[in-house]
Design a protein around this ligand. Structure first.
Ligand code: ATP
Ligand code: MG
Length: 647
């Protein structure tokens, strides 16, 4: 496949926060003198006690520890709210857009401080203190931001559970971190449909032997819910009469800020724990540099707060930098497929950050939905969550961005706290499908199965050789699992679990999970490559490729394909697609089986759950494992039914 390259546009090179020379200089400084580099970056925050000890970390088993800014004290909410409320009280912090386009709300930094403080006082009055866990199970409404920041203000640890999770998943997460308090809403609203959040909480609490004493309920839709006397109370009643004064709790830099369970695409979800100082420095720095954020710009991260992108960029990074952040309750295709672009025009969004899965779902509906809107406010586009296939990249660039806006393809993980490998728009020439180069303080290496470091243009397993401030500190309740999962495979290094290729220019290309690298007749191949080829066909909307046992080749290629709205599955099309991949990549990549699938199994954050596809391909239907974190478990039955016909 061709590897087109897009140089930094002239106006960006001239006017960027960080240009190519600055990138090189800062990268070298962070690598050679991390203490000096991070002492400087830490100044972006207001500290109660400024840190003097900067980096104290070791990935070695005998002396394993990760501490950043360890003698510093700060409060995250004070950094994200108060300092801006003092300086620019009327500046807009949150632009909230409801599921229904007629509903919206503007929240200034001064109002945000009042709302956060009232809820913080309410939590305190209910006995929540520093270090307690608070589970937040809310839709994308301003109260979700108030709740997270209220926890941060008093030093409670929040655990946000995505509003689409089932009672069982919610129950497991409440249990794992032992929350005594849950904040939820009567119902959520997505795409015109209600989601029974409070009923799910009730079911979760019936499910298990949980310690929950208080459930605070936001009235969102006014739908009927059952309130349990003595346990449940309405949000409005709880905050009524609470003071808007609440002194932020001084927190040590290494005190926990939140727990977030990973999406579970590779196994049982882990309670990823992030701390205060290092995380916020990382969130703020990456938000500013990667998005080239300038004061006054409108920033929209379309991710739900239920996953890490919503935490770090909708909320913490954006607000730490005093940005105006757009919060959208709904879905990209309601009331119609133009909704994203209507929101861009309505709020004159400058920076849009979304996931390839959303782009592909919009792309399949045709360009008209996009081109009928203006989008002239857009300056920069971002992508996150999975490798973006060049087809979707080009569409994002040419159709959404009218060829004007650079795309930052940001590789990172819940575990990393923020961006790790990403272009900087004023510094990095872009190659569609590549996350390009590491950010400051990120030391990526590619290693082979034995841990030998590979040099030059090569493919291998992606590890990070040293600590960075935004890194997770532990798996909640299971420090041993933290060490085992991330530091034992390649001793002394953080193992990402991702496969990756580095090209001649030192650009990184994530090829998918290491588990997803397949070996066909001795040729190692990233599944992402075959998927990109399939999606490049005009009739294909989405594809997922997994390995399957093959007598001759060792592993064969099993492809699941979802077609565009205007295409029908047929035997001819199946043959055409197989030939197409053969032509695009080569005979070695010819799919052995190609199954048309009405939909693919995805996690709540939009990631394809390949372990399920692998089991179906291997015909091990009794070993599908935990499917409770799927967005739509019914998809699995349809896939099993479709297997018959494909094989
Ligand atoms: P679990 O760890 O429970 O399986 P998860 O890994 O799906 O959950 P996340 O932390 O949200 O949860 O996902 C991180 C992964 O997403 C990365 O390891 C990588 O595989 C993929 N990813 C994220 N952004 C990109 C990107 N820009 N390009 C390629 N892959 C990406
Ligand atoms: Mg992961």
């Amino acid at each position: 496949m061709t590897e087109a390259s897009y140089p930094v546009p002239a106006e960006w090179a001239k006017d960027a926060l960080i240009d190519a020379a600055a990138y090189d200089r800062m990268y070298a400084e962070a690598a050679t003198d991390p203490d000096a580099f991070w002492a400087k970056e830490a100044k972006r925050l207001d500290w109660i006690v400024a840190p003097t000890k900067i980096k104290d970390t070791s990935f070695d088993e005998s002396d394993f520890h990760i501490r950043w800014f360890e003698d510093g004290q700060l409060n995250v909410a004070a950094n994200c709210v108060d300092r801006h409320a003092d300086a620019r009280p009327d500046a807009i912090a949150i632009l909230w857009e409801g599921d229904n386009p007629d509903e919206s709300r503007k929240i200034s930094y001064a109002e945000l401080r009042d709302e956060v403080s009232k809820l913080a006082n309410c939590l305190k009055s209910r006995g929540v203190t520093k270090g307690d866990r608070v589970t937040i199970y809310l839709p994308m409404i301003p109260e979700a931001a108030f709740a997270m920041l209220a926890c941060a203000r008093i030093g409670a640890i929040h655990s946000v559970v995505f509003g689409g999770f089932s009672p069982e998943s919610l129950c497991n997460r409440i249990h794992d971190c032992d929350s005594r308090i849950v904040i939820t809403a009567d119902e959520g609203l997505r795409g015109g449909k209600t989601v029974p959040l409070k009923a799910n909480v009730d079911a979760a609490l019936d499910h298990g032997d949980l310690a929950v004493e208080t459930v605070i309920v936001v009235r969102r839709t006014g739908g009927k819910v059952t309130m349990t006397e003595g346990r449940d109370c309405w949000y409005a009643d709880c905050v009524e009469g609470q003071s808007t004064d609440c002194a932020p709790e001084p927190m040590n830099a290494e005190d926990p800020l939140f727990i977030l369970y990973t999406s579970g695409s590779t196994g049982q979800p882990k309670g990823v724990l992030h701390t205060s100082g290092g995380y916020l420095v990382w969130a703020s720095m990456t938000h500013e540099y990667v998005f080239n954020y300038r004061p006054g710009e409108i920033f929209w991260c379309a991710a739900d707060v239920g996953w890490v992108t919503g935490h770090t960029y909708s909320l913490y990074g954006a607000l730490a930098n005093g940005a105006t952040t757009v919060m959208f309750e709904g879905v990209p295709n309601y009331p119609d497929h133009s909704r994203f672009w209507q929101i861009v025009d309505k709020y004159e969004v400058n920076i849009l950050y979304t996931a390839p899965t959303a782009l592909r779902s919009l792309m399949r509906e045709g360009d008209d939905w996009v081109t009928r809107t203006s989008r002239k406010s857009l300056r920069l586009l971002g992508s996150v969550g999975e490798p973006i296939n060049p087809e979707a990249w080009n569409w994002y660039h040419n159709v959404v961005g009218d060829g004007r806006c650079p795309i930052v393809d940001t590789w990172w993980q819940t575990e990393t706290g923020g961006h790790m490998i990403s272009p900087l728009p004023g510094a990095t020439a872009l190659k569609p499908g590549s996350a390009t180069k590491p950010l400051f303080g990120v030391l990526p290496e590619l290693v082979d199965a034995d841990g030998k470091v590979l040099e030059g243009a090569v493919e291998g397993n992606l590890v990070i050789a040293d600590s960075w401030p935004g890194q997770m500190r532990t798996v909640w309740n299971d420090h041993d699992r933290f060490f085992q999962t991330y530091f034992s495979t390649y001793p002394g290094k953080y193992f990402t679990g991702d496969g990756c290729r580095r090209d001649e220019d030192g650009y990184y290309w994530i090829t998918g999970r290491v588990d997803d690298v397949i070996n066909v007749s001795g040729h190692r191949m990233g599944t992402a490559e075959v998927e990109s080829a399939l999606v490049a066909h005009s009739k294909v909307a989405e594809a997922a490729v997994v390995g399957m046992p093959h007598d001759v080749k060792g592993q064969g290629i099993y492809a699941y394909v979802t077609l565009n709205a205007n295409a029908e599955p047929s035997e001819d099309l199946r043959k055409e697609l197989v030939q197409w991949v053969r032509r695009e990549i080569g005979p070695i990549a010819t799919p052995d089986i190609l199954q048309f699938a009405p939909a693919l199994p995805k996690t709540r954050s939009g990631k394809i759950m390949r372990r399920i596809l692998r089991k179906i391909a291997e015909n091990q239907l009794d070993q599908l494992g935990d499917t409770s974190t799927l967005a739509d478990p019914a998809v699995v039955d349809a896939l099993i039914a479709g297997r018959e016909e494909a094989t």
